[in-house]
Write a protein that binds this ligand. Sequence first.
Ligand code: APR
Length: 308
Amino acid sequence: MSSRKKIALIGAGQIGGTLALLAGLRGLGDVVLYDVVEGMPQGKALDLTHVGPVFGLDFNIKGTNAIEDIAGADVCIVTSGIPRKPGMSRDDLVKTNADIVRKVGEGIKKNAPKAFVIVITNPLDVMTYLMQQVTGFPAARVCGMAGVLDTARYQAHLAEDLRVSTTSVSAFVLGGHGDDMVPVRSYTSCGGIPIERMMAKEKLDAIEKRVRGSGGEVVALLKTGSAFYSPAASAILMAEAYLHDKKKLMPVAAYCNGEYGVKGIYLGVPVILGAGGVEKVIEIELSAQEKGQLEKSVSSVRSVISIL
Ligand code: APR
């Protein structure tokens, strides 16, 4: 029996294709690239197969229009759905993407019942919630990619402004993956120094505002879709934490069962990610302002869930 891991990518568009490349480059395992568009996943898979010899990679990649080909996948990363166009919010995608997520969720439940599922399709927190409902998988095995990306955006812009390496900046963004996400200033630091001692309040306010709107900034520039390199990279980091049992603390959209006063929905919170999936939600104390922002973010997620 093969000991290679199997990574199923549900949706072979901009993010799906990038995920396939990164999964190959990082040696995560064999990849199945699934999409409803005929020929496209097969074409991308063939192209990626030709990357193997260039970098000396041994990974098998198969493009397919048959959901049965994801059988036995260890990890499923879901990007099937439509992306935003300029002027749209992530929530504008809800009806179309909910139908798609319901469909692929059934396919995952049937063909890959033991998989760890990472959802990227927007509106993220709600699509992750829906995926868990449809598959009926334990909540620890279904999560959404948001906090890793939102945090990376915060780190990138802080590091850029401070003119330091991104690796010096440690940051946190919690809450829903929407324009009211919560950059947690009180836990953000540069080389261990609290960020508020490194930067003026006005500057921090401006950077946090930009982080909240970063996804939209990319959409406005691209005009035909939304960010894809960074969402893919973020999901690969999560898949690695699971496959390599890293027990890594990272913010992901996880099911809350009373943590942060939130019950019954998915929300961006810090978790330990390891072989057990979301092994633990970590509760941190927030400032009064951060608490207020988180509550606002929770209301937004709940109002989109009510559309379902
Ligand atoms: N089954 C499988 N794939 C599907 C289905 C389905 N039922 N419906 C649509 N797709 C595929 C599309 O054919 C397309 O190839 O999903 C793919 C989505 O790819 P893109 O349009 O390139 O979108 P992408 O940029 O990858 O973003 C995907 O992630 O970040 C979010 O907001 C973004 O919801 C969007 C998703």
